[in-house]
Design a protein around this ligand. Structure first.
Ligand SMILES: [Zn+2]
Ligand SMILES: [Zn+2]
Length: 133
């Protein structure tokens, strides 16, 4: 039996076959054209901020965040681009969370590990926490 991996497109909700990009084809195409608009603008405005880019292209900032995090708009090349920390929303340029939030999470994880050391079998709690992001 072949397992067909399907999911709901996170953008439009349509059921589709999972691919590497985790969007349905229609939305993927839309994202590609948005990407084209963004990179065209950035060609002349390499230092534009995410907000300025969104305003100039009409592409919603949320989508620009996705492009940045997919590394299609690499922050190393576009110094003005940022996306929000997953936890507190402050603008960041790498990882999923800002440094203070990461430090907090790491100490949370250490806490959990300590608890796990006391009580073997609690390991699933740590994994659960990670997968929830
Ligand atoms: Zn879709
Ligand atoms: Zn944060």
């Amino acid at each position: 039996m072949t397992m067909l991996k399907v999911a709901n497109c996170p953008k439009c909700g349509k059921v589709f076959q999972m691919n590497l990009r985790s969007l349905c084809q229609g939305c993927q195409r839309e994202l590609d054209s948005e990407f084209d608009q963004c990179s065209a603008y950035l060609r002349d405005n390499r230092k534009a901020s995410t907000e300025a880019l969104s305003e100039a292209t009409g592409v919603p900032v949320q989508r620009i965040y996705t492009l940045i995090q997919d590394n299609r708009l690499p922050v190393s090349f576009y110094p003005g681009l940022t996306y929000p920390c997953k936890s507190c929303g402050s603008p960041i340029r790498q990882q999923k969370m800002c440094t203070p939030c990461r430090v907090r999470i790491i100490s949370d994880v250490k806490d959990l590990e300590n608890r796990e050391a006391r009580d073997r079998g609690a390991g699933f709690q740590i994994r659960e926490r990670f997968s929830r992001g």
